[in-house]
Each structure stands twice: as C-alpha cells, then as structure tokens.
Design a protein around this ligand. Structure first.
Ligand code: BGC
Length: 488
C-alpha cells in the first residue's frame, strides 16, 4: 500500500502540463546575477600574505593531473583586475554578483588566530566596488580551496572542520556582514565529497564511500553550525540570508511508463539533490538513501554503515538552516536499473544512467543540454521541500571559447525558458538566476580547455584582456528587460 502511495506521488510530480501559454516576463523583483569562484579567477596565488590551499598544492606538486598542466597561479588575474570584472557586471545590469572568498587569503593556514589584513582588505575593496555600482554581493564562503594546513589535519573527513569552518565564518560575518546580505556557506558539497572518494578534484583522494559520506556529513554539520552562529550573533543586526549551494543533475525514468524506472529515478534524485536537501529541509537523510546505503554496507560485511548517523540534537540543529534554496544545475540524465553505471555517480543507489541521443552535448562530455530537466527538478524541489524560494546559483554552458557563442545563448535561453515554465505553469517560487560564469576561468581538472564565460579572457595575454561574447549581449538584454525575447 505504501509503495502504491509513493508511486502515485511520483507520477503526480512527474506529470507537468505542456500546453499552457508561458509569459516571457520574469516576475517583478526577480534577481539576475553571474557567478565566479576565487581559485578559478583570482590568481595572485602567493601574493600579499595569502597561504597555500589544496589547489595550490596539487597543481604545483602534481601538475600532470590537470589538463595541459594548467593552474590557477594567475588565472584571470582578478585579484588585480577586480574593478574590470565589476565594470562588466555593472554593464550587464546585474542585480548581484556571486563570488567566493579564498580562505587562505583571510587566514594563511586556515586558523583564525593568524589573520591576513591584506586579504581582508582585498575583499572589502571588492565588496565596496560592487556596492558603489549598485550590485549586491552574494558571497560563497567556501568554493573548494581549503587551506592546505587544514587538509593536512584530514580536511572535510575530520569533524574538527566543523569548528574551523565556524570560526572562519565568524571572521567573515564580523568583517563583511554589515555589507553582505547574501551568504552561501559551501559550494556543492557533493562535489567536495567526490574529491575525497574518486580522485575528482584536489585533494585528489580515493577514500571510497567512507570518505565520500563522511565529507558530506561533516559539511552538513559545519553548515548548520554557521547558520546558528549567524542567528545568535549577527542576524538581528545584519539581516542577511544564508544558504548552501546544492548541485545536482535531474534523473528521469528511461522508460516513462515503467513503474520500476519511475522508482529508480526518484531514488537517484534522493541520492543526488536529496543528499544535502533532506537534512536541511527535513532534518535527516532521506529514508531511501538510509535504506540503500545501510543495506549495501551490510552486504559488504561492514560493522557499520558508510552513511554516518545524526544525533537527535544534530537533526534539530540541521532542520530549517536555509533561508532560500540555492541550486546549481547544469544537466540531466535518464535512469534505469542495470549495470552501465557512470562512475561519477553513486553505485549505492543502484541505477544506470543514459542519455537521449537527441540531446546536444557541449564540449564537456558531462554537460548535456536537457532544459526540461531543470523544469522538472524545480517542480521536484517544490513538492519535496514545500516550495521554498529558489535561487539558481549556477547554470551555464561549456564551449571552446569562441566569441560568437551561439550555443551558449541557446542553452541559457532554453534553461531560462524552463525556469519561466516552472514559475508560471507550476507556481514554483524561483526568485533568481545566476549564470556561470561572468568570465572564462580555470575549469578545475580541465584547466583552460573548457570555457564557461560570457566574457572571453585571453589566457596567453599577460594583461588577461576581457572581451564580451555574443552571450553577454544576449544576457544583458534579458537582465535589462526582465524578459526572454522569444515567442511561445
Ligand atoms: C562549479 C564551478 C564549475 C562549474 C562548471 C560547478 O560545479 O561550482 O566551479 O566551474 O560547475 O564545471
């Protein structure tokens, strides 16, 4: 009976009316932004007292791991050229600019008893420049560049990180909180977990599922502690909003009329988007994730589950720790049972991923264009988590860096169109959209091969000249007019 009930719920949330007329205007007050991250754009890796982080360490000690042995030593040189970046954001008429803070610029080892005044000064100047141009700063506290010293202590698999991260957040609230009203604690915790489990990123570890789930558990606890710190010491005065950027593909049944595939898709979404959303919106891991990981651990003969358990007290502290839902989304997949598993996805969830041959593929093989996936995902979030306000904090397209980037325009247009459908057809409470990225930048393990920017950066030019692409003009029109110029 419960299975039948679950199935009916799945069917209802998957059926989305297709024939309604969609308005092309975004609702009043809808926020448009663009996003970057410190290691990907700043450069100046050892200037003005900045300490070494896990990316500095990896690209210098194991250069062969990154395509073309590229690194972020100079990147877009935004540490020196931030005023040019802000001028671009201003010209685009953006409401907000999402950037991240480099922890080792604030405190070279990550420990808060040794601060670096020049690093704090840099972010104050960046924030002031944004505000002087009427652009709201949206600040990510952590976008993957952990201080190397904290990594040497174990990094995100050591529970001590909860306190280190909270102390770091306290310094950020104290120094910038009078001017910053939008905070993201952690960027894409799931991707950080993959850095501990399958050599995806720095610190380039392979601690299997134990490391994978532990890194997630500790990040969740760190996030919730920072949220409560803000409530206790800063919120009354600073009146900001806090969230955590949760990433995920959306999983759809390979065969829409297969009951099994529907269940598998729902399970995959619980493992992916649900992993970090359930604890924050409902207090604990989703029951389906708990069941599958516990069972797998038992089958493997482990004395305990690789998915750690929250105490009752921790559950109470986790629930409700997002003032808005921050969603990073790029692509979707079809799922069914079987063994053709994409190794970047979780084997515990027992599903195989497929793509529809008609879906366009970007230069990055993982980034397949499926705008309907965003529409369905927004509806899924609405139904699962009681229609929270959602800001899409990342969405964008990879290509070879061409100036006439028509494919990027098509991508952004189709994903914005899906956003409008979710708003008007399904009454999803989406309040903002952020394009990744403002400028071309260091694309992690892919170096400078893939470009996500609306602005071209010449990485062979010592001046790192910035040249707006066609998508820049397109996005500027959308932002300025508050609507998509397309007929439905
Ligand atoms: C990350 C960005 C990255 C982008 C494109 C997101 O997962 O937050 O740092 O550049 O994807 O790969």
């Amino acid at each position: 009976m419960r299975n039948l009930h679950n199935l009916i719920v799945i069917v209802i949330i998957t059926i989305i009316p297709k024939s309604l007329t969609i308005k092309s205007e975004f609702p009043d007050g809808f926020l448009f932004g663009a996003s970057t991250a410190s290691y990907q754009i700043e450069g100046a890796w050892n200037e003005d007292g900045k300490g070494e982080n896990i990316w500095d360490k990896m690209v210098h000690s194991r250069p062969e791991l990154v395509k073309d042995s590229a690194n972020g030593d100079v990147a877009c040189d935004s540490y020196h050229k931030y005023k040019e970046d802000v001028a671009l954001a201003k010209d685009l008429n953006l409401n907000f600019y999402r950037f991240s803070i480099s922890w080792t610029r604030i405190a070279p080892t990550g420990e808060m008893h040794k601060l670096n005044p020049k690093g704090i000064d840099y972010y104050n100047r960046l924030i002031d420049e944004l505000l002087a141009n009427n652009i709201e700063p949206m600040v990510t506290m952590y976008h993957w560049d952990l201080p190397q010293y904290l990594q040497d202590l174990g990094g995100w698999v050591n529970p001590i990180m909860v306190d280190y991260f909270t102390e770091y957040a306290k310094v950020l609230f104290s120094n910038f909180g009078d001017k910053v009203k939008w905070w993201i604690t952690l960027n894409e915790p799931k991707e950080t977990c993959r850095a501990y489990s399958n050599h995806s990123y720095a610190p380039y570890l392979n601690l299997n599922n134990t490391g994978y789930y532990m890194a997630g558990h500790i990040q969740l606890l760190a996030h919730s502690k920072v949220y409560h710190l803000y409530n206790e010491l800063f919120r009354d005065k600073q009146k900001g909003k806090i969230s955590i950027s949760i990433s995920g593909a959306f999983y759809m049944p390979k065969n829409e009329s297969s009951v099994d595939d529907m269940e598998i898709a729902d399970r995959a979404n619980n493992f992916e988007i649900g992993w970090f959303s359930h604890p924050i919106y409902k207090g604990d891991y989703s029951p389906i994730m708990r069941k599958f990981v516990d069972r797998k651990s038992k089958e493997e003969g482990r004395p305990w589950s690789t998915l750690p358990t929250f105490t009752d007290e921790e559950i109470k502290l986790l629930i409700g720790t997002a003032d808005f839902y921050a969603l990073n989304h790029y692509s979707s997949r079809l799922v069914t049972s079987g063994s053709e598993l994409d190794p970047s996805f979780n084997s515990d969830a027992e599903y195989s991923t497929f793509v529809d041959e008609s879906w366009p593929v970007s230069i990055a093989p993982w980034l397949i264009v499926v705008p309907e996936g965003l529409h369905k995902l927004l509806v899924w979030i609405k139904n699962q988590y009681n229609n929270p306000p959602v800001i899409i904090t990342e969405n964008g397209y990879a290509d070879d860096g061409r100036i006439n980037d028509l494919e990027r325009i098509d991508y952004i247009k189709s994903y914005l169109n899906s956003t409008l459908k979710a708003i008007y057809q399904n009454k999803c409470n989406v309040i903002g959209y952020t394009c990744w990225s403002l400028i071309d930048n260091f694309e992690w393990m892919d170096g400078y091969r893939y470009h996500f920017g609306m602005v071209h950066v010449d990485f062979n030019d010592p001046l790192r000249q910035r040249v707006p692409k066609a998508s820049y003009q397109f996005y500027k029109n959308v932002v300025t007019n508050g609507k998509l110029d397309v007929q439905y």
